[in-house]
Design a protein around this ligand. Structure first.
Ligand SMILES: C[S@@+](CC[C@H](N)C(=O)[O-])C[C@H]1O[C@@H](n2cnc3c(N)ncnc32)[C@H](O)[C@@H]1O
Length: 262
C-alpha cells in the first residue's frame, strides 16, 4: 500500500500552497516512527532529543506547546522531569502515550490550524516546539505567525528541520543527477523512510536554507541560536554506523526563534 501526503515546504516559491490529507500516512507511520525513535542507537536518542532538551533549557514552571508531538513522550518528559506545567501536545496521528502526567493534555489536531485546535483558543505558551513536524505545515509562514501570537511574554519557538542537503544527496544518488540540481529543484518528490515503514510514501517538497530563513523572517521571528548537533565522542565510538549516517547526511537543523518587536 502506498499512501501519499504533502509535506508542504514553505518557501517564497510555495508558501501558502500545498495541502492534502496529511493525517492518513501518519496514522500508518506512527508506530514505525516511534519504534525507530525508541531504539538505543536512534539519532533522536543520541543526538536530537539531547540537543533539543539543551536548547529548551530550564522549563520548570513553564508551559509548553508541542506541535506535531508524535506520541507525546517528549512533552511528557518535560512535564514529568522538567517541571513544565499547563502543557499541550498536538498531533494529527492521535496515537498518544497512555496516562500522560497531570499538567499535560494530548490533543489530536492539525498544526496547520493551531488556533482552531479545541483547547488552544486564547492560550499562551512559554515554549512552542515544532520538532521535525514543521514540514507538514500547509502554510508555513501562517503557522509560525499563529505560533508567534500564542507565545507568552519572553517565550520562544524551538523549530527543528532536516538539513535540506540530505534530501538533495539522496535524490542525486537515485536520479544520477548532481547535488546542486536537486538542492535547487522545486519539484515535489516521493520519499520513503526505510527505518520507519518502507510501504508508506510521503510526498515532499524541496526547500533550501534560504527558503527556511525567509519563512522565519516573513513570520516576524529572529534566530537567537542555530545549532547543527553532532554525536558526542563516546557515541561516535559506540555507534559508528550512526556516525556514518551523519557524515553523509549532516543531520538536522535547530533554531531558537524569538518574536521581532512589532
Ligand atoms: C517525524 S515525526 C516527529 C514527532 C516528534 N515531534 C518527535 O520529535 O519525535 C512528525 C510528526 O508530525 C506529525 N504530523 C504530521 N502532519 C501533521 C499535522 N498536519 N498536524 C499535526 N501533526 C502532524 C506526525 O503525526 C508525526 O507525529
Amino acid at each position: 500500500m502506498f499512501v501519499t501526503s504533502y509535506d508542504s515546504q514553505a518557501t517564497a516559491r510555495s508558501a501558502g500552497s500545498g495541502g492534502g490529507d496529511s493525517s492518513r500516512p501518519w496514522t500508518e507511520l506512527a508506530s514505525g516512527y516511534e519504534r525507530a525513535r525508541a531504539k538505543e542507537d536512534s539519532l533522536d536518542r543520541l543526538v536530537e532529543w539531547p540537543a533539543q532538551r539543551d536548547l529548551l533549557g530550564d522549563v520548570d514552571g513553564l508551559s509548553v506547546l508541542d506541535a506535531g508531538c508524535g506520541n507525546g513522550g517528549k512533552v511528557a518528559e518535560l512535564v514529568r522531569q522538567g517541571g513544565a506545567v499547563a502543557s499541550v501536545g498536538v498531533d494529527i496521528g492521535g496515537s498518544f502515550i497512555t496516562a500522560p502526567p497531570a499538567g499535560l493534555e494530548l490533543i489530536q489536531g492539525d498544526l496547520s490550524n493551531l488556533a482552531s485546535v479545541p483547547g488552544l483558543a486564547d492560550r499562551w505558551f512559554d515554549r512552542i516546539v515544532f520538532l521535525q513536524s514543521f514540514g507538514y505545515a500547509k502554510d508555513p509562514v501562517g503557522v509560525l505567525q499563529t505560533a508567534r501570537r500564542m507565545l507568552a511574554e519572553g517565550g520562544f519557538i524551538l523549530l527543528t528541520r532536516t538539513q535540506p542537503v540530505r534530501y538533495a544527496i539522496e535524490r542525486a544518488e537515485q536520479n544520477g543527477t548532481s547535488l546542486g540540481e536537486e538542492y535547487f529543484s522545486t519539484a515535489s518528490f516521493s520519499y520513503r523512510h526505510q527505518g520507519w515503514n518502507e510501504q508508506i510514501n510521503l510526498t515532499k517538497r524541496p526547500y533550501t536554507m534560504s527558503d527556511l530563513l525567509n519563512i522565519f523572517s516573513a513570520a516576524g521571528l529572529w534566530i537567537e541560536t542555530a545549532v547543527e548537533p553532532q554525536m558526542p565522542e563516546e557515541a561516535r565510538q559506540r555507534y559508528p554506523h550512526k556516525q556514518a549516517v551523519l557524515n553523509k547526511y549532516l543531520g538536522i537543523l535547530m533554531f531558537k526563534l524569538r518574536p521581532l518587536p512589532s
